[in-house]
Design a protein around this ligand. Structure first.
Ligand code: SF4
Length: 340
């Protein structure tokens, strides 16, 4: 398969110019188009000679990904459905706030984890995104909405099961020869896939980690996440602590609140204790109902749960809900496209 121009770092671009007998300065021009002008399409790279642009299109997917649908909510949030070079679809979300712009990005087409409450995992994994596709996702969002302040890899997929592609993409995003973002502005979320978390710790970079704990006991967790890629809470917290020490960043415990499953006050107290003893912070996510059996807790239940955590002395935030109701839950837009 052809490589993606967007996933090529400066060394690859230099090597390609060499192989195509182009002067070395052309690789710098190319890098400038990609990482400064955020341009993927060789036809738009007007200071490159025509023969070089033709060669680029012959040798690379450039671009391989297109925005095929945009769902806008009244509050400025946009969900983009992206069609990949082989016709598969993923989603990304553009979230503007007063002083910052955040992109929520996908790492896989579908998801092998298959959390019972999640639309993204309903049909399993189709395939991994390549490094170039992850970068194209970022570039398409940037072309549409501007350079983001923050990136969160919390879209479709389990990024820690695709570290071979995700980590080089993180490198391009943060390298001074790439997009030059601060690692502190990038968060990678995981459902607790321990082998990937251990590799994440080995990067020793100040990326943020968000661990989707969702439960305070392994029994409750088993009601939410299938066994095939589920690790025990003790193993997950041990790996998360390693990441915290290696990356020098406090991690976040993501907790999707689901009525009657994990929204009782005893769970709130235990969650607070876990967070305090692991120096972690908690982010509560009231469940965004898809069409399954799981339900969102009542507003008062959510408030009481949050207050119980606060009075236990743990740091807690509640995810600000934006993006409207239509296709708001992760993966729903892709599922409705698949049904069509
Ligand atoms: S919640 Fe995350 S890990 Fe679980 S199925 Fe959905 S995308 Fe995959």
């Amino acid at each position: 398969m052809k490589p993606f121009l967007a996933g090529s770092n400066i060394d690859t671009l230099t090597q390609w110019c060499l192989e195509r007998k182009l002067p070395k300065f052309r690789s710098k021009q190319l890098a400038n188009w990609l990482y400064e002008q955020v341009e993927i399409d060789p036809d738009a790279m007007l200071n490159l000679p025509q023969n070089m642009r033709t060669l680029l299109k012959e040798d690379f997917h450039a671009p391989g990904t297109q925005i095929s649908e945009i769902v806008s909510s009244g509050d400025g949030v946009e969900k983009l459905l992206l069609t990949l070079h082989d016709g598969e679809c993923i989603e990304m979300v553009v979230i503007p706030a007063e002083e910052r712009l955040t992109f929520c990005l996908s790492t896989q087409v579908g998801c092998p984890v298959g959390c019972y409450f999640c639309a993204s995992g309903k049909n399993g994994l189709t395939r991994n995104l390549s490094c170039g596709e992850i970068i194209e996702e970022f570039m398409l969002g940037t072309k549409r909405a501007g350079f983001p302040d923050n990136l969160v890899f919390m879209g479709i997929g389990e990024g820690m099961l695709n570290v071979e592609q995700l980590f080089p993409a993180l490198e391009i995003l943060t390298s001074p020869d790439g997009f030059g973002m601060s690692p502190r502005r990038i968060t990678v979320s995981t459902s607790g896939y321990v082998p990937g978390m251990l590799k994440f710790a080995e990067l020793k970079k100040e990326y943020n980690l968000a661990v989707s704990l969702h439960a305070v006991s392994d029994d409750i967790r088993a009601k939410l996440i299938p066994a095939r890629v589920r690790f025990s809470i003790a193993e997950i917290l041990k790996a998360a602590d390693l990441c915290r020490d290696a990356n020098n960043r406090q991690y976040t415990l993501e907790y999707t609140m689901i009525a009657g499953i994990n929204d009782d006050l005893d769970s709130a107290r235990k969650l607070a204790q876990i967070a305090i003893s692991h120096h972690a912070k908690i982010n509560l996510i009231p469940y965004n109902a898809t069409d399954g059996d799981f339900r969102r807790p009542e507003r008062t239940v959510i408030e009481n749960f949050e207050n119980e955590i606060k009075s236990a002395g743990a740091r807690v935030t509640r995810r600000v809900e934006r993006g409207g109701k239509k296709s708001a839950a992760c993966g729903q837009l892709r599922i409705s496209r698949m049904k069509k």
